[in-house]
Design a protein around this ligand. Structure first.
Ligand code: NDP
Ligand code: HEM
Length: 523
């Protein structure tokens, strides 16, 4: 009984929070300690022309706080826009997951979403050619569930060690501090497993019309686990209601000059007008048996699961209907991570996903501090009870409850949501070159080029690539990238060669499909 009281009462302690009064409600100017100040623009000095006084707390308060206004911007995805809303469960998937969010059709949880470009700095243009981040925080009664997605169903790499190398080539040259077309295409041409993502990036999907007219994809394979511990592999898709909308390269470039905040502005204004953006959420699922039979490795982030073989099953709807009141507090300080999850949704062994599980909380501790999960936008709606204490800026330090597992006032533990039936077994080589190229790597990009793109899409794609690849100085880099395009489709490569005035080239030689790493759940 004592334990119960301790846990509940301490979690419900109301912390004094600063009241924010608007000018209309009679806000009166004060220092940060609440003392009224009569002359906000005046620094105290000795006489009329003398030096300033150290006793002037108000002046130091103003300047010192200003000096510290910036926190590090995100190392990637620095430019973005966000809003709040809700996620509603529309279809029953209790056969697949025991997550309490999905216990009942009609369940609704508060969501915060942040969209972003990837490579540019916090002040860069919203319409840059780039993938877009689509990060979602769902506040459930089992804690926060973050879906840290992109607007592309696949990614550039399948070995996470490449991520910093890859990102460096998309950012600035260390000497010139300029973006560099040679560096950009040097990386792509040397690491052809990225070709599928390059195909999407240089289609018009690489320049979405604002942040909220695009789809979202988990990209990675995750696992849904039901109450008996059985699991299926899953890919999650968010389809924009009304369809994805894109800009042409010319429109995107013009907007980058005329209104670099086009994406932030259109999201904000649409929500203000009541045009609430919405997405239907779907899943694709696979059993282990299907995964072992599947042509592609389900842990390879450069591959999709074809819809015809793995149909989309509806699960819910995401709606954004509320703009943030304070952008910094509610969006800039938001910390999303694929490792912020709940029972019933688990990561797969996809190595890129596994690496991300570490990377995000690691960068949050650097960007926002150890106690980033105490910030109001990140705090779960359920009480947190554990043995973490103190640290910088801790304002929810869990009261007087013991800071170890005490026999006198023990914390209670919830029963496991499920007993795992055997999931997978991992055997074999510990170090593998995941990036080795084989013929399978070109099949899906080829399907995109030959079957999905319209003639207009193909023409735009060639123009978009030519406009960028044409800036490369190195003939070797250009030829190598053309050989990657030729492995997708010879006519595609030849059209780009003509457009940039380069010689036509033969396809790059890849290993046979039979040498691709096959997925095996059970050794
Ligand atoms: P389908 O023919 O069933 O569907 C094609 C998909 O491609 C649709 O989701 C469509 O989006 C999307 N699409 C259309 N244009 C582009 C573009 N420029 N960039 C990215 N996606 C685009 O496809 P399959 O499942 O048989 O796959 C064929 C190819 O489609 C894949 O190799 C892959 O390149 C691409 N694709 C597949 C996805 C999947 O999850 N299976 C997801 C996205 C792309 P929309 O719904 O708006 O029409
Ligand atoms: C942001 C790392 C791949 C989606 C970030 C951030 C880091 C990072 C460090 C900054 C986070 C912050 O400051 O809060 C990595 C690494 C990857 C990887 C190491 C691969 C090894 C991916 C993939 C996706 C993705 C594959 C999508 C499927 C995002 C999104 C954001 C982000 C949406 C922005 C989150 C926000 O709005 O705060 N990533 N990333 N990343 N990443 Fe990744």
């Amino acid at each position: 009984e004592r334990n119960k009281v301790a846990v509940i009462s301490e979690q419900n302690v109301e912390m004094p929070s600063q009241k924010v009064l608007s000018t209309k409600d009679g806000a009166v100017y004060t220092t940060s300690t609440g003392a009224p100040v009569a002359q906000p623009y005046a620094a105290q000095r000795v006489g009329l022309v003398g030096p300033l006084l150290l006793q002037d707390f108000h002046h130091i308060d103003v300047i010192a706080h200003f000096d510290r206004e910036r926190i590090p911007e995100r190392v990637v995805h620095a430019k973005g826009a966000g809003a709040h809303g809700y996620f509603e469960v529309t279809h029953d998937i209790t056969d697949l997951t025991c997550a309490s969010l999905f216990k009942k059709v009609g369940n609704k949880v508060r969501a915060t979403v942040r969209f972003s470009t990837v490579g540019g700095e916090a002040g860069s243009a919203d319409t840059a050619r780039d993938p877009r981040g689509f990060a979602i925080k769902l506040r459930t009664d089992e804690g926060n569930l973050d879906w840290v997605f992109n607007n592309t169903p696949i990614f550039f790499i399948r070995d996470p060690t490449k991520f910093p190398h890859f990102i460096h080539t998309q950012k600035r040259d260390p000497q010139t501090h300029l973006k560099d077309a040679d560096m950009f295409w040097d990386y792509f041409s040397l690491n052809p497993e990225c070709i599928h993502q390059v195909m999407i990036l240089f289609s018009d999907r690489g320049t979405p019309d604002g942040y909220h007219n695009m789809h979202g994809y988990s990209g990675h394979t995750y696992k849904l686990v039901n109450a008996s511990g059985k699991f299926v592999y899953v890919q999650i898709h968010l389809k924009k209601v009304g369809g994805a909308k894109t800009l042409t390269d010319a429109q995107a470039t013009k907007l980058a000059g005329e209104n670099p905040e086009y994406g932030i502005q259109s999201l904000f204004e649409d929500i203000e007008k009541g045009n609430f953006p919405a997405w239907d959420a779907y899943i694709q699922t696979m059993t282990t048996e299907q995964a072992e039979q599947f042509r592609y490795n389900i842990l390879d982030l450069t591959k999709v699961w074809p819809h015809a073989q793995f149909p989309l099953r509806p699960i819910g709807r995401l709606v954004l209907n509320e703009n943030p009141e304070n952008y910094f507090n509610e969006i800039e300080q938001a910390a999303f991570s694929p490792s912020h999850s709940v029972p019933g949704l688990e990561p797969s062994a996809d190595p890129v996903l596994q690496s991300r599980l570490f990377s995000y909380p690691d960068t949050h501790r650097h960007r926002l501090g150890t106690n980033y999960n105490q910030l109001p936008v990140n705090a779960p709606i359920v009480p947190v009870a554990n043995f973490q204490r103190a640290g910088p800026m801790s304002f929810v330090s869990q009261g007087g409850r013991p800071n170890y597992q005490s026999s006198l006032v023990p914390l209670t533990y919830k029963e496991k949501s499920y007993e795992h039936v055997q999931h997978e077994t991992w055997l074999g080589a510990a170090v593998t070159d995941l990036s080795e190229i084989n013929e399978l790597d070109f099949e899906q990009p080829r399907a995109l080029w030959q079957k999905v793109f319209s003639d207009v899409d193909r023409a735009h794609f060639v123009g978009n690539v030519a406009g960028h690849l044409g800036n490369v100085k190195s003939a070797e880099v250009k030829a190598r990238q053309l050989s990657v395009f030729a492995a997708v489709d010879q006519s595609l490569s030849d059209r780009i060669a003509v457009a940039i005035g380069a010689p036509k080239v033969q396809p790059l030689k890849a290993k046979p499909a039979s040498e691709a790493i096959r997925f095996k759940a059970f050794a």
